[in-house]
Design a protein around this ligand. Structure first.
Ligand code: HOZ
Length: 429
């Protein structure tokens, strides 16, 4: 019998009367997988609990940041201790310096770092900076990569744009999109061609070094190095969008894990430990063009917010001081990968599992999934069935084949065993 979610159903009905589509971010509306979104009430460790009292093993982890599980006690305690000192000053604090110093000590190539309040802000600010620094307008992004919802990035974007197959977005002017050049992920020749056709006009190449918004798609060997070489040769700023990978794939994020240096790096929710935070940072030569040092303007009243800073600082410090966390994440995700690989053979349909570190996703595809076209050509209707099969058994996956799954250290061996066992009971209808 399907899990009862009568309270969620009632809440969704009510939400739609006052919130567009009943949700504050499109993917979570379940529109592509079908059914009623699950309204959550609380979460602890690896588990989320919905408004009906059902529990779920969580494979979203707030879309990445809950690396140590939900309501990680040192973070909760740090927030509780800090809150009485004020929720926001709109003035500098020592804590912001400590946060910047901590980020610099963990992430390669970050001489200066500016805090913002979301990954969207981080990416749009980094792009503006790259344009201001180079004096060029155009930039290259990759089909299926998602860099937040600033106008210029929504061309051939992943995540919700891909999930809902939105081809053109009303409200975005042709003028804005004209400077966005796109290439397929993992295809260095396509980038070379764009660069040759737009010689001296490209300010930046922005990429998710491990894509997570078209499912998980790791970079092909040599691909990021190829982009690095193109940027060096052409004076283009290489921006790594590490909103998902930062501090997750390694203490130094994808730069460290994959051994490729970026000029600018953007971070998001991970550095707030789940609070609304982002940051962009990079080499001093570029970052010194940001106001008030330079004239590339960027600002934010809540930037460096003390509650967000203490939450993020506490989590990042835990990651820095306990390098074994990365082995634990790797081992747990590898166990899940192996187990799923064994049981999904029972499904009467081809599949492929992509993984790097603790980012993993299943595509019901008969060929390897290395770019957005491959992800779109997979049997995503079957993924939707799989999603509901898992949800009904208390396993909470992202409600879209175009999203990566994230593993936390809080998940136990028995949670993983249970996930594999449930997946093994999935049969194509
Ligand atoms: N853009 C997010 C996933 N890549 C979705 C965020 C959400 O719905 O909360």
């Amino acid at each position: 019998m399907a899990t009862q979610r009568t309270t969620s159903t009632a809440l969704f009905d009510r939400a739609q009367l006052s919130i567009p589509g009943g949700v504050n971010s499109p993917v979570r509306a379940f529109k592509s997988v079908g059914g009623i979104p699950v309204f959550m009430k609380k979460a602890k460790g690896a588990y989320m609990y919905d408004a009906d009292g059902n529990s779920y093993i969580d494979y979203i982890n707030s879309w990445g940041p809950m690396i140590l599980g939900h309501a990680f006690e040192p973070v909760v305690k740090a927030i509780q201790e800090k809150a009485p000192d004020s929720m926001s000053f709109g003035a500098p604090t020592e804590l912001e310096i400590e946060m910047a110093e901590l980020i610099k000590s963990m992430a390669p190539n970050v001489d200066l770092v500016r805090m913002v309040s979301s990954g969207t802000e981080a990416c749009m600010s980094a792009l503006r900076l790259a344009r201001g620094y180079t004096g060029r307008n155009k930039f290259i992004k990759f089909e299926g990569c998602y860099h937040g919802h600033a106008d210029a990035f929504l061309v051939k974007a992943g995540s919700g744009v891909a999930t809902f197959n939105i081809q053109t977005i009303p409200g975005i002017t042709a003028g804005v999109s004209m400077d966005t050049l796109t290439a397929p992920y993992n295809n260095i020749d396509a980038v070379n061609q764009l660069v040759a056709a737009n010689k001296g006009e490209i300010a930046a190449i922005i990429i998710e070094p491990v894509a997570g918004n078209m499912g998980c798609i790791p970079p092909a060997p040599g691909y990021l190095e190829g982009l690095r070489a193109i940027c060096d040769a052409e004076g283009i700023v290489l921006i790594f969008d590490e909103v998902m990978t930062g501090f997750r794939l390694a203490a130094g994020g994808a730069q460290e894990r994959l051994g490729v240096n970026a000029d600018l790096v953007t971070y998001g929710k991970v550095i707030g430990g789940g609070m609304p935070v982002g940051a962009f940072g990079g080499k001093k030569e570029i970052m010194q063009h940001i106001a008030p040092l330079g004239n590339v303007y960027q600002a934010g009243t809540l930037s460096g917010n003390p509650i967000a800073m203490i939450a993020g600082y506490t989590m990042l410090k835990t990651l820095k001081d306990n390098p074994s966390i990365y082995k634990e994440l790797e081992d747990k995700t590898a166990t899940l990968h192996k187990g799923l690989d064994e049981v999904l053979k029972n499904v009467n349909s081809p599949y492929t599992i992509n993984r790097l570190g603790s980012m993993i996703s299943v595509h019901f595809s008969e060929k390897p999934v290395t770019n957005f076209t491959d992800a779109a050509e997979a049997n995503n209707a079957l993924f939707n069935q799989f999603f509901h099969h898992m949800l009904n058994e208390g396993i909470y996956l992202p409600p879209s084949a175009y999203e990566t799954w994230f593993i936390s250290t809080a998940i136990s061996a028995s949670d993983i065993d249970r996930t594999i066992e449930v997946a093994g009971k999935f049969f194509k209808n």
